[in-house]
Design a protein around this ligand. Sequence first.
Ligand code: ZN
Length: 83
Amino acid sequence: MTTVWVSPSATSFACLCEPCLEAARASGDLFADALAGASVRGSIALEAETAEARCAAGHLVVLRRLERPPALARPDGRQLQLT
Ligand SMILES: [Zn+2]
């Protein structure tokens, strides 16, 4: 299973399926062919914390959204008031 972390504002993703890369490596495929075969692309709803996708071979790819950095989530400068 491949886990992909997407940024807080991302609505699409592109990644490589790790099992496919492993399989290609084991069978001695050219690296370029391995990359093409393992490529997974898709979209993720902006409000979704997690999502699932499948590569061409059917392996599960789990998408997880990164936490929004506190500095961006609270642009009110509160952290600057500590001084
Ligand atoms: Zn795969």
